[in-house]
Design a protein around this ligand. Sequence first.
Ligand code: P6P
Length: 335
Amino acid sequence: DHNKLALPVGTTLDRFIMRKQEDFPYATGELSQLLRDIALAAKIVNREINRSGLIDIAGAYGSQNVQGEDQQKLDVIANIRFIRALRNGGEVCTIISEEDEEMIQTGNNQGKYVVAIDPLDGSSNIDVNVSIGTIFSIYRRVSPTGTEGTERDCLQTGTHQVAAGYVIYGSSTMLVYTTGNGVNGFTYEASLGEFFLSHPHITTPKTGAIYSINEGSSDHFSEGTTAFVAYCKQQNYSARYIGSLVADFHRNLLKGGIYMYPATKKAPKGKLRLMYECNSLAFIVEQAGGKSSDGRNRTMELEPKGMHERSPLFIGSTELVEKAEEFLAAEYSDV
Ligand code: P6P
């Protein structure tokens, strides 16, 4: 039937969401609406980011933000915008955000979903015009509706994700997401205010010739990480590290490669956050045929202990992640 036809490039995000909802006979539309709420916030944040380049100039003429205060940092603005869109959308009861220590209750106690979000990752890159991104995961709440969401709602393993995605604000702005049936990419046309399907059914190459890691930290790498990086060099792979997770991940997803933020002696759990960076990208990469682990354990099976806990991340083409795990296994066997 027409639902099974691949939707043509150029389909709008709205139509895509509606058509995909039809594939779920019992869907009642809340997740569809939640995805639309996220897309709306992404459009608003995209506009703020594009304007921010001018704020310094405009700032000299006293430009102020929506709250009439002095220009806030973009990650604060993005956090406000995503929380407001999710609160107004009504489908989400509770949010955990990289920007807030505590859970955020939206007041929608009937909401069936919980969102974990990094509203603007890598925002230190914004002033130098490097692509930055929003990263999010969506879970079904486990506590009864009609009450506030709980920590248990927020600390589910990555395998319980209902959807995950990222927005990359770059030379063009894209929304890439999965609901567990493959990965699709949409490119934003600002003049029309619409996301259009531009990358249907994204699959990541089984292997690749790109490795992404901050080699400035190599004095603090474990033996296994050091050995795998040496292997990449012997293979004449290209070193590509932008220092903006979404930009590095997105390039490797499309071209093949591995992104690593390993445990180091300084950061024994690495730097990246499990709930709204590692798990979100792990769901996407697995749905695209890739792999994600902490160097040993599948990222999506890690038991979260805290909302902001960190995890080492080895993510990308399956063969490269497995090769890295081989090198790291050697150091575990000593244990
Ligand atoms: P480092 C940006 O601060 C970020 O969270 C990711 O976007 C990026 O991949 C990583 O940290 C860069 O960290 O330690 O290499 O500067």
